[in-house]
Design a protein around this ligand. Structure first.
Ligand code: FES
Length: 154
């Protein structure tokens, strides 16, 4: 994990010391430590000279900017209509069974978090899920079990 101050300064060098840097900074922090906490948001607000409410508002608006601790691998199953019709319920139930957690929960070993998400733009290949930034399409129960097994071994 990189020091948050260093991350912020790195992004400020690229995007400047203004609001344009806000999203890249928040994304970099989430990428590095999987979530944003209150101290991070205060740090960002100070660095960009904007209010913490502004930072908090942005962070909580985007579902991909997690503000609570997540597992190493965040699984997001698409719930939108095409994936729903293609069988997302079976995929989600399989994940719940395999991981032994419910929606929004993280496994006790902090490895997996299971979430539901909106359309990811792969509607023609549903059902789909994301594991961190990796997309998995045309899922079946068997495919999901194989994917989770692969991540278990990482
Ligand atoms: S409906 Fe699932 S990716 Fe679009």
């Amino acid at each position: 994990m990189t020091d948050v101050k260093e991350l912020i300064q790195g992004k400020i060098k690229t995007f400047g010391n203004n609001r344009t840097a806000l999203m890249p900074i928040l994304q970099a922090i989430v990428e590095d430590k999987n979530h944003l906490d209150e101290e991070d948001m205060i740090e960002v607000a100070d660095a960009l000279d904007i209010s913490t409410a502004d930072v908090y508002g942005t962070a909580t608006f985007y579902t991909f900017l997690d503000t609570i601790p997540r597992g190493k691998y965040v699984i997001r199953v698409c719930k939108t209509i095409s994936c729903h019709m293609a069988g997302k319920d079976e995929i989600f139930d399989t994940l719940k069974d395999v991981l032994k957690i419910k929606e929004g929960e993280t496994t006790p070993d902090k490895k997996f978090t299971l979430l539901i998400a909106n359309c990811m733009g792969w509607c023609h290949k549903g059902p789909v899920m994301l594991v961190n930034d990796d997309i998995y399409t045309e899922l079946t129960k068997e495919k999901v079990i194989d994917i989770i097994n692969e991540y278990q071994e990482k």
